[in-house]
Every structure is written in structure tokens, then in C-alpha cells.
Design a protein around this ligand. Structure first.
Ligand SMILES: [Zn+2]
Length: 419
């Protein structure tokens, strides 16, 4: 950038009303009575949403390619098209009781960035791309973050194609039916850097009254199945000292899950969300309890330390009570710290624009997690009302929607002007 263009570019702002109008228009496809959106991946409604967004991209002069898992890449050429694009994106599929903003905001913010660059005749050095990734929500088809996962080679295209919904329809059949199996090989598409704007889906920004969350990374997660084995016996005739009550022992361990998360703050999370008591009868001492443990933290080392603590506690508890305790790891998602340069670009843009901001971590998965394996990546959070999402009442303020998009614009410009 030379000195003549620099002040002009720093003064550029997105058109918040236009972005809001596009969000509301997309939200009509699959609109629910309670003001939310139900647009499950690869349904007829998903096709309509995809077609609408791609139509907007073409109106903005972008070229569109689709890959074999249905990820769409909408491209605005740069001065040097040999450079890998500065990309942004998210998803437009929703939960069955989804809202208007989760995912959709990240995609349409990207479209608004391009519309703004067009309005002001700004040419970037590197191309700009906006992507939407197939089946991020994982509601109709598992695994979640499917399109970005195939793209990042976290699992194969065949694995994703074979996934079926509850009616037995496969991803491949449904992609073909809606016309979204493109020619491009997933992952065969360079990315210079990647940004994703998203509603926070938690209450921290609202609680701190901040407009922008500068996301430093996504929490690592470990999921366990835990089983405590005791002995069923009659609740009346069996004296307290002679019982092997699996539930009493299990609840001690459950309390420790929460205590462990609290010890490993500020980002430690510990949740027992699923409990099965056997035989689940009022007058029988529980003989077996199975429950889930979900532990999260900001680095893999911290998650591993929590893992070691809970296993040691369980071993001691088992020795003390004489009841076998089994802890089985069933899933592991590594922590994904974002790239320092992208985090800095977001923070710098938020500061320059005068928006209140704070560092944030994401407790939920996002497509950006997979992109971070391929290229420098970062995320921008804005508050959502009461921290609620995956719910029809999900809401965000227009001024926050606009602010997040302005941060995206300037973070992307920083990367795309002098890549
Ligand atoms: Zn999302």
C-alpha cells in the first residue's frame, strides 16, 4: 500500500444494513414459527440456501467452484492470482431448532466484505475467497464439521459419503440429489490464511460487555465412558456397611470431574451429561452406573493433566471402596491454537476500529479448527443474546453483526494487501 491509498482503506466500513438484510433473507429459507431456522444439511432447503448465497456471490462478480463434498468456494480475483487466497467462511446448515446467525453470519459477512471492496473499488494483492462448508452441524449426518474435515483430510471422502441419516439416505445420494457434487478434489485448493466470524455461542462477551472476542484458539476435548460396578441388593435388608452401592461411588467421581475443571481454570471444563443407573429401581441398591465425562481445556497439556488427575482419583477411590471403576476414552479432539499473526490481525483491526474487545477461546468446534491445520487461521466472535445458540431464540444485535464484519474486513485486508 502506498501513502495515498492507506488512509482511504482504513476508513472503509461495511454496509451493516445490507448484511443484516441478507441474513434475514437467508433466514426465511427454513424459517420456524418461533423465529429460528431449520435448514438441515443436504435437504431441499439447504439447496435453496446454497443457491441463494451463490447467486449473491455471482452478482458480486465472484467465480464459484464446488468440490466433491459440496464445499463451495466463491472467489474475488486479486492483482496477483498466483497467490493463495485470503479466505473466510463458515456454514449455512443449521440445527433442527437452529437460529439465524450460527454459521450463516460467517458466510454472509464474507459476502459483505466482497460487496464492500466492490463499492470502494479496492483491489487486493491476493484473491479473496468466501467458503461455505458442508454439514458443519452434524445433526443429520455424523461426523460434524464434515466438509471442512474432508477438506483437511481428517477423514476420507468415502467415510463422509457413506454417512446416513435416520432414514438411511447417504451423504453421497443427497449431495447428488441437490446437485452439489462438484468436480474439485477436496483439499485441492490452496489457502493463504483463513478467518471465520461467528456468534460466540456462550455468555462471556455479554458478561464482560465487549463487542469483539479475539479468539486465540479452540479448546481441546476428551470424551470418556465411565463405569462403576457394585452389587445389586435389596434396599431394606442390606445394612449400610455391607453394601456395594455403585451410584454412591459414581457421584463422588462425578463431583471430582467438576472439581478438576475448577482447579484447571480459567478454561477448564468438566461435564457429566449422561448417566445410566442399573437396574434403576427404587428399592434396589444400584449395581452398575455408566456415565459420560466431557473434559476440555485450552491446551492439550492441560487436558492431559486433567485426564491424569481424574484417573488417579478414580484409582484411589476404587482402592478405598473396593468397587471396580473403568474409564474409557471414546473421543479426543486436540486443542487448536490459532496462528499468532491472524490473532494479531483480528486484535489490531478491533482496536483500530475502536471496538471494545477481549481475548476469547472457543468451547465449541468450528470449521476454522480444521482450516488451522492447513493455513494460518483466526476467528472473530461477537456476543449473542444470553449466550444462547442451537436454539430458535438465538439472537444478535445489528451493531455487533456490523462490528464483527468490519473487523473481518480489516483483518482480511491486512493479510490480502501485503501477503
Ligand atoms: Zn456454527
Amino acid at each position: 500500500m502506498d501513502m495515498k491509498t492507506k488512509p482511504a482503506i482504513s476508513a472503509v466500513r461495511v454496509n451493516g444494513e445490507r448484511l443484516w438484510a441478507s441474513l434475514m433473507e437467508l433466514a426465511q429459507i427454513g424459517a420456524t414459527e418461533k423465529g429460528g431456522v431449520c435448514r438441515l444439511a443436504l435437504t431441499e432447503l439447504d439447496k435453496q440456501g446454497r443457491d441463494l448465497v451463490i447467486g449473491w456471490a455471482k452478482q458480486a462478480g465472484m467465480t464459484v467452484t464446488v468440490d466433491k463434498i459440496g464445499n463451495a468456494f466463491m472467489r474475488r480475483a486479486g492483482r496477483n492470482n498466483a497467490l493463495a487466497p485470503v479466505m473466510t467462511g463458515s456454514h449455512i446448515d443449521t440445527q433442527p431448532t437452529g437460529g439465524k446467525f450460527d454459521g450463516n453470519y460467517g458466510v454472509l459477512a464474507g459476502i459483505e466484505v466482497v460487496r464492500t471492496l466492490n463499492d470502494h473499488g479496492i483491489e487486493t494483492e491476493a484473491p479473496i475467497e468466501v467458503a461455505f462448508w458442508t454439514n458443519e452441524e452434524g445433526s443429520r449426518f455424523v461426523p460434524v464439521m464434515m466438509g471442512s474435515g474432508v477438506f483437511a483430510k481428517a477423514f476420507t471422502l468415502e467415510h463422509a459419503y457413506a454417512a446416513t441419516d435416520t432414514e438411511g439416505k447417504s451423504v453421497k445420494e443427497e449431495l447428488a440429489r441437490i446437485g452439489y457434487i462438484g468436480p474439485e478434489e477436496p483439499g485441492d485448493h490452496a489457502i493463504g490464511s483463513y478467518f471465520e466470524t461467528h456468534i460466540e455461542q456462550g455468555p462471556v462477551l455479554e458478561d464482560h460487555d465487549k463487542t469483539i472476542g479475539v479468539v486465540t484458539g479452540v479448546l481441546g476435548i476428551k470424551w470418556y465412558d465411565c463405569t462403576v460396578t457394585g452389587m445389586e441388593a435389596h434396599a431394606g435388608p442390606t445394612p449400610m456397611a455391607l453394601r456395594k452401592d455403585a451410584l454412591q461411588v459414581a457421584t463422588v467421581l462425578m463431583q471430582e470431574v467438576v472439581a478438576t475443571a475448577l482447579r484447571y481454570g480459567p478454561h477448564g471444563r468438566g461435564t457429566v451429561g449422561m448417566v445410566q443407573v442399573h437396574p434403576n429401581s427404587r428399592n434396589v441398591i444400584p449395581g452398575r452406573v455408566k456415565f459420560s465425562i466431557d473434559m476440555r481445556n485450552s491446551t492439550d497439556a492441560l487436558v492431559d493433566a486433567m485426564d491424569a488427575d481424574i484417573r488417579k482419583f478414580a484409582a484411589d477411590l476404587s482402592a478405598k471402596t473396593g468397587l471396580p471403576i473403568q474409564i474409557e476414552l471414546v473421543s479426543h479432539y486436540p486443542a487448536a491454537p490459532f496462528h499468532a499473526d491472524c490473532v494479531a490481525a483480528v486484535a489490531k483491526a478491533a482496536e483500530a476500529l475502536g471496538y471494545s474487545n477481549m481475548p476469547a477461546v472457543s468451547g465449541a468446534g468450528h470449521d476454522a479448527v480444521y482450516m488451522a491445520r492447513l493455513a494460518p487461521a483466526g476467528m472473530i466472535f461477537i456476543p449473542c443474546k444470553d449466550g444462547i445458540s442451537h436454539n430458535e431464540i438465538e439472537d444478535a444485535k445489528p451493531e455487533h453483526i456490523t462490528a464483527g464484519c468490519n473487523v473481518l474486513l480489516h483483518a482480511m485486508l491486512e493479510r490480502a494487501m501485503a501477503p
